[in-house]
Design a binder for this molecule. Sequence first.
Ligand SMILES: NC(=O)c1ccc[n+]([C@@H]2O[C@H](COP(=O)([O-])OP(=O)(O)OC[C@H]3O[C@@H](n4cnc5c(N)ncnc54)[C@H](O)[C@@H]3O)[C@@H](O)[C@H]2O)c1
Length: 246
Amino acid sequence: MRFAGKRVLVTGAASGIGRATALLFAREGAQVIIGDINEAGLAETAALIGAAATPVVYNAEDHASCRALVATAAEGGLDVLCNVAGLLKWGPTETYAVEDFERILRINTTSVFVLCQAALPHLVKAKGNVVNIASTSGLRGMIYTAAYCASKHAVVGMTTALAAEYAPKGVRINAVCPGHVNTPMTKQAPPEGDIDWPMVMRGMPKLVDGSCDPEDIAEAVAFLASDKARKATGTVLVVDGGQLVS
Ligand SMILES: NC(=O)c1ccc[n+]([C@@H]2O[C@H](COP(=O)([O-])OP(=O)(O)OC[C@H]3O[C@@H](n4cnc5c(N)ncnc54)[C@H](O)[C@@H]3O)[C@@H](O)[C@H]2O)c1
């Protein structure tokens, strides 16, 4: 029960990694405020958790909506913010819409900034922490994902910058970089166009049975958020089944 008595905000909790993370925090004693744009998925997660869950529908593209989510979460204090919500749209660069590039950055990057900005005063009070979900695409260039890679490199940069700024205030800011995780995000149909599949496959996990399940990532998030990681800040923890080993 690492999080007994703690209040934890998890975004992207209607599905995949966010759902697994919310379930783990709740199992370990936290009151979880779960946010997502997908109302039906969020209700399913809330039903799986029971009384320890407070579902809040929000849209990461809308700054006011992000701030309202934090305000609701922080009624009664806030100990941990987990930024999990995100969007992947991939495809060859020459036909990639600039509007999609901007949308990916707004959801994957700007909303993380807005949520952190709103949550930090509460986290300073609680001596709490933030765990951002970046990606191996935040550390290495991956083919056909210029927008997503840019958005996740920015999350890694933001994590270390905020860690430096908030260390003197006792707030830890860390990130997890998952590799390929079995969630709806990685089950989407491939884009139209001439795809170089051998190049795509070079980025796959090298470990035998290397694809991660959402629970593998949730465990890393919970570790970084827990007191066991009390000296870890600005840490970028890769959990990728050996995707980046060569
Ligand atoms: N699946 C992978 O292989 C993988 C690898 C590395 C990083 N990630 C990151 O992990 C995080 C979770 O992804 P996942 O794999 O669980 O995917 P997922 O699609 O299962 O979950 C993403 C969640 O974000 C929510 N979301 C999307 N746009 C939103 C918006 N505008 N407002 C609010 N919520 C919104 C979705 O509704 C969904 O519930 C993302 O940040 C993703 O980039 C995933």
